[in-house]
Design a protein around this ligand. Structure first.
Ligand code: A2P
Length: 345
């Protein structure tokens, strides 16, 4: 590493006015990331608006190639098309980019990183590091200590994903439909695949191979890449539910080796990034309503699957805008900071 950037860093948040972008600004501040100059970038629609970084109001500037001049670190969350167009421009100007979109996730020379699972992958970056999809992140954090303990053979996962995963417009559509339906008025369906108010929709994103949706295939391919297990067997169903914030997942795992529910609870409870909330005697388990603004992954309902030899079922909840997006990106930024800081010492 010839010239590592020096603290405090010049940081650009691309998509700073969006649901994830605003959360990135909050998490950078809460985690006291060493930010010097901060640039908030968005489309021409938002130029001149202000976003808050701690108690500093920041004027939004246009996301264009020259906006990355002098930037050390980019945290991007403005969608795949914007990332594909602008991140190579940022890299050309010397920045390292952490991208929340799906644009580069499966590229062989782009690390796909969840710091609790594969922090070492960051070292191989060539300017772009990808943040996995929200539902993948919370699943792999829960799977990692169990995989280390008993080796995963197969995973069956069903997700219950909140509308904030579709950004601000996804949140607004659930509100508008709910109000319209309660007032017996007509409603629009534009963002989600079908009416989401008072409903569950088993389609997130377009359909792709074998009649699985793109969202479902992300759970398969991203998990294999993060674990570096190209053959890992995963069968996903991804469902949008009328919840504003927080994704929940029902996960059933078959292991190579025996694993008791008690031992599964023990390794989960000790794992960095997981909080175990599992007390059926007192009706305690994690729920989407408990995870707002939390950085950890909540795990409960840990129990043996008596229908197979070495099986465990569990319920996993996380704030999809936090650990599923902003927090994970900032944790990757902290890995870079530690690396740069060590290189310049
Ligand atoms: P803007 O608010 O100016 O449209 P969300 O996921 O909540 O919908 O947010 C998407 C984010 O991506 C917003 O900050 C949005 O900015 C930004 N964005 C969308 N399209 C572009 C674009 N063409 N150039 C730059 N930023 C964009």
């Amino acid at each position: 590493l010839m010239n590592p950037p020096q603290r405090p860093y010049t940081v650009a948040v691309l998509g700073a006015t969006g649901a994830v972008g605003r959360e990135i600004l909050k998490v950078l501040d809460e985690h006291r990331f060493p930010v010097g100059d901060l640039r908030a970038l968005a489309s021409e629609r938002s130029v001149g608006e202000e976003v808050m970084f701690g108690n500093r109001p920041i004027k939004v500037a246009l996301a264009e190639p020259n906006a990355f001049e002098g930037v050390d670190l980019v945290l991007a969350s403005a969608g795949g098309a914007v990332s594909r167009k602008l991140l190579p421009e940022a890299v050309k100007r010397g920045a390292v980019c952490i991208d929340n979109s799906s644009a580069f996730r499966m590229d062989a020379d782009v690390p796909l990183v969840v710091p609790e699972v594969n922090p070492e992958a960051v070292a191989g970056h060539k300017g772009i590091i990808a943040n996995p999809n929200c539902s993948t992140i919370q699943m792999v954090v829960a799977l990692k200590p169990l995989h280390d303990e008993a080796r995963i053979k197969r995973v069956v996962v069903s997700t219950y994903q909140s509308v904030s995963g579709a950004g601000k417009k996804g949140i607004d559509e659930l509100s508008a439909q709910t109000v319209a339906l309660l007032n017996l008025r007509p409603y629009d369906v534009k963002v989600h695949a079908a009416r989401i108010a008072f409903n569950c929709v088993p389609q997130i994103g377009p359909f792709a191979e074998d009649d699985y949706t793109e969202e479902e295939l992300k759970l398969v391919y991203e998990t294999r890449k993060i674990f570096d297990e190209p053959e890992l067997r995963i069968n996903p169903t991804a469902v949008r539910v009328p919840v504003f914030a927080g994704h929940s997942e029902s996960i059933n795992i078959e292991f190579e080796r025996p694993l008791t529910a008690a031992r599964a609870r023990e390794v989960l409870g000790k794992f960095q990034g997981v909080t175990l909330i599992d007390n059926p005697a007192n009706n305690k388990y994690p729920m989407a309503m408990d995870c707002a603004e939390r950085d950890d992954v909540l795990v409960g309902r840990v129990r043996r699957d008596p229908s197979i030899d070495n099986g465990i079922s569990l319920w996993v909840v996380a704030d999809n805008l936090r650990k599923g997006a902003a927090t994970n990106a900032v944790q990757i930024a902290k890995l870079l900071d530690a690396w740069w800081n060590a290189a310049s010492a």
